[in-house]
Design a protein around this ligand. Sequence first.
Ligand code: PLP
Length: 423
Amino acid sequence: MDKILLKNKLLNTRRGLLKGTGLSVLAYLGASNIKAFSQGVDFKNSENMSDDILFAEVRKQLMLKENLVYLNTGTLGPAPKLVFDKIAAMMTRLEANPAIENFGPMGKMMEQTRGKVARFMGADEDEIILTRNTTEGISIVCSGIDWTAGDEILTTNHEHGGAETGLEFLADTKGAVIKKITMPYPAKDKKQLLDLVAANITDKTKLILLSHVVTVTGLRWPIKEVSKMIEGRNILLIVDGAQAPGMLHIDLHDMGCDFYACSGHKWIMGPKETGILYMRKAVQNKVNNVFITGGYATYSHSSGTRNAPIIIGFGDVIDWHMAIGSKRSEKRCLDLAGYCRKQLAKVKGLTIISSDNPELSSAIVSFSLDGDVKNGDVFTQMRDKNITIKRLPQYNAIRISNHMFTTNKDVDQMITLLKEIIA
Ligand SMILES: Cc1ncc(COP(=O)(O)O)c(C=O)c1O
């Protein structure tokens, strides 16, 4: 029997053995059989698992150190071991015959990631560019669009520095005027936000940049409604999606924005230095950038050589999310955040700055500390007790990321320590 046939036979036997256990798919994947993963396992069984079993299995597949309470996926997410193993295997394979592999079989595998990403994000493959991170995606757009000095960019005072880099480049080199909406925190409802946008658009507004999920408060912008508001007005809408895919189910065509940039290494829990840039077909001719003169393929003459193992691993983590189901993981994340918000609301000495309106809230819950307690001290004391949180630069605040692999128990542990520190 040749090697491939033998491998498939073994795989089928294992599948058969595991079938009906309720744990089959993920227990099987948990064995970090990267071959099985990349060859496609019957993931449908995960639908028959309870959330508790499914997400406990998800957690088991991570490489987080034991007893760590990890509540900062918003900065960097932990990758599943099977993705890590795949990357290691691909690195070994690459080094065995670098030029042949990179521009041959592994180059083809790398390119398949674009298709997976397109399906995951509700876009077409020829609208997707694989970047290194969110910052790069936004910078590609901002450094490639035509601009008339004096034209305005509308954004907010709650954007991340990575996104602001592109906007400031436009201001510094092409005379763009940046207008920032002062964000309410917590925000009340969609109307409040849409009124703020409407009130700040002028005849000179040419570009709007908003975060899908705001890095400071976790506010979820009603992007679809903003897209509708500016329809036909010759205004481009860039969405900073760094904090959304992997947490929320994404459908870019439905959302209607022109550009969407995000990172693979946050909520998607992918390899570090991976990112996605979406450019809607109708606006692609508006971005003229040297890095994409060779087209959007992952490798082209203008992209230069890429890191194939990392990009192939990125494709695998997308498969992994699709296997879990992005609507299901979104619900899990939002439920966890709901619990977190409820428990935090009982703690004296802090103010929650995240919206509790279900239409505006996400899996991020942020709070500022009242009185003399400093967020830096809370961060350090938590870190020393194996709890990872994010200290925000604004409002003496702390940000909690409730990803699908966390539990209510994690939140309880964090809050118990928080109360001790505040007291
Ligand atoms: C909203 C937002 N935009 C952009 C970034 C930058 O991401 P990256 O460093 O992956 O480019 C971050 C990182 O936290 C973010 O939260």
